[in-house]
Design a protein around this ligand. Structure first.
Ligand code: PEP
Ligand code: MG
Length: 576
């Protein structure tokens, strides 16, 4: 029994077999064969199966992720159709009498090395990757050793991978019961998706893929960020009990959902849900959410084979607003770039994608894309309480440009006789340090702020939110972050505007008393955490927390802040 320590990224427990998603190293030894006809037939068959496989995968990618994602596989299709590539390998069999697997291994290695030497542009890099992909498939058939493929999973399993992307998540099926990665942080987008899907997840284990073997029994402890490999009976029993308690705890919190979220001294807060797809709206209400604080609209685009048109988007937004008859729904315009890519929209390849062409920057450069989305939102506004916000706004000019696009579209629709609500709030996310420092001016223009702490933390500390190596800097409880949040809230309140927080910090036990003390108006999070947060807020007294807040803001580091909160908020000790 071994224990791996990582970071808790999505709560809950999974106890099942491991499924390794990673590169397999095939061992191929140099052998000659006397039966060349047989070897040529094996080679021919392995090419035929691989061609079919790639074609099927390409069709699947097209269905799930769109034409452009599928086009990435064109290179593999080309290689498999290249008669020269095939005959070079065949010659190694017929002229040099090598086995088919040795011939494949030799020739593909030759191309890999060749492309690596010329590895100075994207095209050759992609070609090298495609040769590796083809090699693995051919060898897997020739050696009779299957390659891992999570999309074909037909039994419950915990996925163990070096890294997981949001696109991988789109392709996972219901058999995925837990996720463990070597890399990544708890606010990587795939981790946020795993919370929405309620898949227990531990990230940043560094060596998970090395220490865990396919088929090992593992326990994923998504509450404490631990993975137990090959547990003994006693440990399995213990975790089965914990899993049962966890499920009960979730139910208990559920009982609180009908009441309003009011602190002990009478301050009212909204605890809303972050969702990615329209069909999550109703379940989030059932989970006790008091509205939608963030609809991450980019996931609609990720699930679609083509860029969704205005009508398709209108139907999706209408579905969310209709599901929330009395509650506010905050929709965020397309936030792609960084680690979120669309198969249907090619973004430039950049050295620093998180500092590059992302979010509102993409929308303002492609106004048709933004206008289509905004029109769909405005048309849907007739069905509920809509608020629209723009992601990653860095300057007043950006906000004004985005807002004027919205105002223009609103006027155009009204002229055409389309019904548009007249009380739509237009706000922005505060996730860049420049927005914090200019919050007083921005608050005059925006109807509300929503603090995106996931990004704000990474940009404040210049520490990539998905990079484990700089994870020691990525601290939401650091006074630098707390001061930024307080400054943002104070600036908005001075203009009579409200402030939400929709990053992961909103659901962090130790942060909640401080955010309550600052007077944050809306907490928004994955809906599985809503009732827990609501129950904690109900036990707090905003006024009494003021001295703690001042000590926290004056503290030197995150660790001191955590200790202060832990020591001074008894309600936290009752939480499990
Ligand atoms: C954030 O940055 O905190 C946020 C909510 O946006 P996302 O996680 O989608 O970047
Ligand atoms: Mg963000």
């Amino acid at each position: 029994m071994d224990v791996l320590n990582g970071l808790a990224a999505s709560g809950g427990y999974a106890i099942t077999r491991a499924y390794l998603l990673g590169s397999v190293h095939f061992v191929v030894t140099k052998h000659h064969s006397n039966d060349q006809n047989h070897e040529v037939k094996r080679l021919h068959d392995s090419f035929a199966i691989t061609r079919d496989e790639i074609k099927n995968l390409q069709q699947q990618a097209h269905r799930n992720l769109g034409r452009q994602a599928a086009m990435v596989m064109d290179i593999e299709v080309d290689i498999m159709a290249d008669s020269e590539f095939y005959s070079e390998i065949e010659q190694l069999v017929t002229l040099s009498h090598f086995t088919a697997e040795w011939a494949v291994a030799q020739q593909t290695q030759h191309y890999q090395e060749l492309f690596k030497k010329m590895n100075n542009n994207d095209y050759l890099r992609q070609r090298a990757t495609a040769v590796t992909e083809v090699r693995q498939r051919l060898l897997s058939h020739l050696l009779g050793q299957p390659l891992p493929d999570a999309t074909k999973l037909d039994h419950p399993a915990v996925i163990i991978a070096h890294a997981i992307t949001p696109n991988d998540m789109v392709n996972f099926n219901d058999y995925v019961k837990g996720l463990v990665t070597d890399n990544g942080g708890p606010t990587s987008h795939f981790a946020i998706m795993s919370q929405q899907l309620r898949i227990p997840t531990v990230v940043g284990t560094k060596s998970g893929t090395k220490q865990i073997k396919n088929g090992d029994l593992v326990i994923v402890d998504g509450v404490h960020g631990k993975v137990i490999i090959a547990p003994d009976r006693k440990t399995v029993d213990h975790y089965q009990r914990l899993a049962g308690q966890y499920a009960q705890e979730m139910q208990r919190y559920g009982a609180l959902r009908e009441k309003r979220t009011v602190s002990k001294d009478g301050h009212h807060f909204i605890v809303a849900a972050n969702i990615a797809m329209p069909d999550e709206a109703t379940p989030s209400l059932e989970d006790g959410a008091e509205g939608i604080g963030l609809l991450r609209t980019e996931f609609l685009y990720m699930h679609s084979a083509n860029l969704p048109d205005e009508d398709q988007q209108f139907q999706s937004y209408k579905q969310v607003l209709t599901a929330m008859p009395d509650q506010q729904v905050v929709m965020r315009t397309l936030d792609i770039g960084g680690d979120k890519r669309l198969g249907t929209l090619r973004l430039p390849s950049e050295t620093n994608p998180f500092l590059g062409f992302r979010a509102i920057r993409v929308g303002l450069k492609n106004p048709q894309l933004l206008r289509t989305q905004i029109r769909a939102m405005l048309r849907a506004s007739a069905y509920g309480r809509l608020a629209v916000m723009f992601p990653l706004v860095a300057t007043l000019n950006e906000f004004e440009a985005a807002r004027s696009i919205l105002d223009e579209e609103k006027r155009a629709l009204t002229r055409q006789g389309v019904k548009v609500a007249d009380d739509i709030q237009v706000g922005m996310m505060v996730e860049v340090p420049s927005a914090v420092t200019m919050a007083d001016q921005l608050a005059r223009e925006a109807d509300f702020f929503s603090i995106g702490s996931n990004d704000l933390i990474q940009y404040m500390f210049a520490a990539d939110r998905g990079n484990q190596r700089v994870g020691y800097l990525y601290k939401g409880m650091h006074p630098a972050i707390l001061r930024s949040i307080k400054r943002t809230i104070d600036a908005a309140h001075a203009e009579g505007k409200w402030v939400g927080l929709c990053g992961e910090l909103a659901a962090k036990d130790l942060a909640i008393p401080l955010l309550v003390a600052m007077g944050l108006d809306e907490f928004s999070m994955t809906s599985s955490k809503v009732t827990r947060v609501r129950s904690l807020i109900k036990q707090l007294e905003k006024r009494q927390l003021q001295p703690l807040l001042h000590q926290a803001l004056a503290a030197p580091d995150a660790e001191t802040v955590c200790k202060l909160v832990q020591a001074q908020v008894p309600a936290l000790h009752d939480l499990q």
